[in-house]
Design a protein around this ligand. Structure first.
Ligand code: ADP
Ligand code: MG
Length: 287
C-alpha cells in the first residue's frame, strides 16, 4: 500500500481542506496521513509521496523551510516539484509571467532592499504595500496616503525584505477575487473571495491569517482562458495549482497571485473536488 503524507504545520490548527482531502485520498486505497513539516520524528524517506498542504508558517521561517524542501525532495517525491516551489515562494514570479509569457498581472512595482522608499511616487486611489515573500495577508496593508505607504515600504525594506506596491483594486470590494483551482492541470472548481484589506492602515490578520469570505463561483470564459494560460506557462508537473484573478479597470481579469505552494482549495464549496484531488494523487502513485 502506498504511503502518502499531506504536509501541514504544528502551528496550524484549522486547515478546512485537510480532513476532506485525507478522507478522499484514503478512499483511493492509499495509506495517507497528515504530517508536520517541522516534525523531526517523521521518516520522509519511508513515504512514497509528500504533498504540501498547509505549511502556513513558512514565511517567517523562510530559509529553514527552503532547507527542508531541498532536503525532503532528495529522499521522497515532493509535490509540487521543488523548482516550482522555489519559483512560487517569491512573488517576483509575477514579473516573469508578464515578461516571459505575456500574461496580464496586477500592475506591480517591485522595490528591492537598499532602495529608498522616497522613490515611491503618488498613485491614484489607495496604495497596497506587501512583502514579495508573503502569504495569508501578513504584513500586507492598504494606505490612503503616500506618506503612510512610504513609511510601511521603508519598514519592510529596512527589514531587508523586497516589497511589492500596487494600486488598490477597488473592484475587489464588489466582485472580489476569483480563485481557480486545478488538479493535475485540469480545472477542478472556482470560488469567489471577498475583500480583505477593507480598511486603510489596518492589518486584517487575526492570528496566523486573515479571515476570508468564500463562495462558489462559475468562472467566465475570460477567467478560464487566463488561468489555463498561467497553468500551462508554469508547465511543470503540477499536482495542484490555484490561480487568483481580479478584475482590472477595463473589466478583464488579471492575475493577482499564483499559488503553487500551500493554497487553500475550499473543497467544501465544490462537490467532487476532494475526489478529483485524490484521483490526481493516485495517478502520481501509478506513474
Ligand atoms: N492591489 C490590491 N488591491 C486590493 N486588494 C488587494 C491588493 N493586493 C492584495 N489585496 C488584498 O490582500 C489579500 C492578500 O494579498 P495577496 O496578494 O493575495 O497575498 P497573500 O495571499 O499571499 O498574502 C488579497 O486577498 C486581497 O484581498
Ligand atoms: Mg492571496
Amino acid at each position: 500500500m502506498s504511503r502518502v503524507a499531506l504536509v501541514t504545520a504544528k502551528i496550524v490548527d484549522e486547515d478546512i481542506d485537510l480532513q476532506p482531502l485525507l478522507d478522499a485520498v484514503r478512499a483511493e486505497g492509499i495509506d495517507v496521513k497528515s504530517r508536520c513539516w517541522d516534525d523531526d520524528a517523521v521518516d520522509w524517506a519511508g513515504l512514497d509521496l509528500a504533498v504540501l498542504r498547509s505549511t502556513w508558517d513558512y514565511v517567517d521561517r523562510y530559509d529553514e523551510f527552503l532547507e527542508w524542501i531541498d532536503a525532503t525532495a532528495k529522499v521522497v517525491t515532493l509535490l509540487n516539484p521543488l523548482d516550482v516551489l522555489r519559483w512560487n515562494m517569491d512573488k517576483h514570479y509575477l514579473r516573469s509571467l508578464t515578461d516571459d509569457h505575456g500574461i496580464a498581472v496586477i500592475p506591480t512595482q517591485f522595490f528591492e532592499p537598499g532602495t529608498s522608499a522616497s522613490e515611491l511616487e503618488p498613485m491614484d486611489g489607495d496604495i497596497v504595500v506587501k512583502p514579495v515573500r508573503g502569504a495569508s495577508s501578513v504584513d500586507a496593508l492598504r494606505h490612503a496616503s503616500i506618506d503612510d505607504a512610504r513609511r510601511h515600504l521603508a519598514t519592510l525594506l529596512d527589514q531587508g525584505r523586497a516589497v511589492m506596491v500596487q494600486s488598490y483594486v477597488s473592484a475587489i470590494e464588489t466582485y472580489g477575487e476569483t480563485g481557480m483551482v486545478y488538479f493535475a492541470g485540469e480545472l477542478s472548481h472556482a470560488f469567489g473571495k471577498g475583500p480583505i484589506l477593507t480598511k486603510a492602515g489596518a492589518s486584517p490578520v487575526d492570528g496566523l491569517y486573515a479571515p476570508e469570505a468564500i463562495s462558489p463561483r462559475e468562472p467566465t470564459v475570460e477567467q478560464r482562458d487566463l488561468a489555463d494560460r498561467v497553468v500551462h506557462a508554469c508547465a511543470k508537473d503540477l499536482l495542484y495549482a490555484r490561480i487568483d484573478l481580479v478584475p482590472s479597470d477595463d473589466g478583464q481579469p488579471v492575475v493577482s497571485e499564483v499559488e503553487l505552494t500551500e493554497p487553500s482549495f475550499f473543497v467544501d464549496h465544490a462537490p467532487g473536488a476532494a475526489a478529483r484531488f485524490a484521483k490526481a494523487v493516485a495517478a502520481k502513485m501509478s506513474t
